[in-house]
Design a protein around this ligand. Structure first.
Ligand code: ATP
Ligand code: MG
Length: 444
């Protein structure tokens, strides 16, 4: 039996007392049965939207989804979606079907849901309603369509990606017929809006089973991002690597923090390698300049997904710098801090680690030590509060103008002073900096 939060019990009771059926449904039942904390509790009811509203006349109610049968009721500041039993029409927008038909039977509502583990309802007194074997599949760790998989994926191709997403998040298998239908119908994902795809994709990438699921269903990912396909089978014959670019990518992804920015960064970080590939005189494979190509591939892909700007900018910056190789010395560290900013520099360490952990296993211990040494130097420089940007300098533009420096020379001089402070040719002290400007214009 699952434990219901008090507000959910209250909402269900209110609907029951008015003569309607009401249950918790979908993801919250699945998560509660798995012993996980549900993200949110959704309710399903035989009451029509107007009847739901009438039941909660004394509460704050949000009508955003009312055409689709959803009324959101606030309890203690937390929104609960209450949806009338319904059948779905086609899904063409981001989240909701174009048309819905309200029905009076819970069974019909559960049948429209995508997977058996998502098609259970639960009542605080009468317990779980499981008409499609959802509990068995939860126990066995299987994602299986409710009904005939090809039919269900044809109704809504996003379910193909949702199957992969749940398999990744819960580290579940995909039932054989469901998996075959997903692969067969993958090209129809082209009809799904990028926003809906991107939501599921980010969750898929962040799941525990992301590497396994993406290895088994690479072709589905490649229908979304065709530019990634050349990584598969792209050999890396050099001492640093032990796998082809695609296998390396999936291992790196698995080793990155479970955060969409990092997982997207690793997914694309080497996507430019196939195009950058050359064979050197040493007989080894080289991929000079690949980060810039990877960055462009990622930019086009994330743009197509209508990614938000913040995610996109961060991912592109991390990809651009992922191959940064510098000695673990204060001066080089400071120079890079000045070039890319401390914040981006710090964010790169998990990328470096994920990347090296997916390289030739024989070289991992040595590369890890080098990475740790670099990180230590970085942290020391940060702790010392070193000057790495113009606003850190002990002088500013006004000081230089007081010395008679004008126009673009002000910015240029500040930049030169910063370079000299970073390289420790000058101390970051006001007198010394002003003196350097007066005796000899530092950029002269
Ligand atoms: P999460 O915990 O990530 O929110 P969830 O299962 O709640 O997972 P939602 O996208 O919030 O996923 O959907 C809620 C429920 O609605 C699902 O559990 C499922 O029953 C149903 N559902 C959602 N999307 C679809 C779809 N595309 N096709 C059929 N049923 C769906
Ligand atoms: Mg949900």
């Amino acid at each position: 039996m699952i434990e219901f939060p008090r507000p959910v019990v209250r909402l269900i009771r209110t609907l029951n007392e008015a003569g309607y059926e009401a249950y918790a449904v979908g993801g919250c039942v699945r998560d509660a049965l798995l012993g996980r904390q549900p993200n949110d509790w959704d309710l399903t009811t035989s009451a029509l939207p107007e009847q739901i509203k009438a039941c909660f006349a004394n509460r704050r109610v949000i009508e955003t989804g009312i055409k689709h049968g959803t009324v959101t009721v606030l309890d203690g500041g937390i929104p609960y979606e209450i949806t009338t039993y319904r059948l779905d029409g086609a899904y063409s927008d981001h989240r909701r079907p174009d048309s819905v038909e309200f029905v009076s039977d819970l069974k019909e509502d559960l049948r429209r849901r995508d997977f058996t583990v998502n098609a259970m309802a639960c009542h605080p007194e009468t317990g779980v309603v499981d008409l499609f074997g959802g509990q068995d599949d939860l126990r066995a760790g299987v994602i299986r369509c409710v009904g005939e998989p090809e039919h269900r994926f044809t109704e809504d191709a996003l379910r193909i990606l949702r199957a992969l997403r749940f398999a990744s998040t819960y580290n579940f298998a995909i039932a054989p017929a469901t998996g075959r239908a997903a692969l067969k119908l993958a090209p129809t994902l082209q009809n799904v809006s990028p926003e809906r795809i991107f939501v599921e994709l980010k969750k898929l990438l962040c799941g525990k089973g992301a590497r396994r699921v993406l290895a088994e269903y690479s072709d589905i990912l490649f229908t979304i991002f065709p530019a990634l396909a050349p990584m598969r089978g792209c050999a890396q014959n050099n001492p640093h690597h032990a796998y082809d670019v695609w296998t390396h990518t999936l291992i790196a992804l698995e080793n990155a923090p479970a955060d969409p920015v990092y997982r997207l960064t690793m997914l694309f970080h080497d996507s430019g390698k196939p195009a950058a590939h050359t064979v050197g005189e040493d007989g080894y494979d080289h991929f000079k300049g690949h980060p810039a190509i990877s960055r462009d591939i990622a930019e086009a892909a994330l743009f197509a997904m209508k990614s938000d700007r913040a995610t996109m900018n961060r991912v592109l910056a991390l990809i651009t710098e992922h191959d940064l190789r510098i000695p673990a010395e204060p001066k080089s560290v400071r120079r890079q801090m000045a070039r890319i900013g401390s914040d981006l520099f710090e964010a790169l360490f998990p990328v470096f680690r994920a990347d090296l952990l997916a390289q030739n296993p024989a070289m991992i211990p040595e590369k890890l030590r080098a990475e740790e040494a670099l990180e230590r130097v970085f942290r020391e420089e940060v702790a010392r509060n070193v000057c790495v940007k113009i606003s850190d300098l002990a002088v500013n533009g006004r000081d230089l103008m007081a010395l008679g420096i004008t126009g673009p020379d002000v910015g240029r001089t500040l930049k030169t002073l910063l370079d000299k402070v970073v390289s420790e040719e000058l101390p970051n002290e006001r007198e010394a900096l002003l003196a350097a400007c007066q005796t000899r214009r530092p950029d002269a």
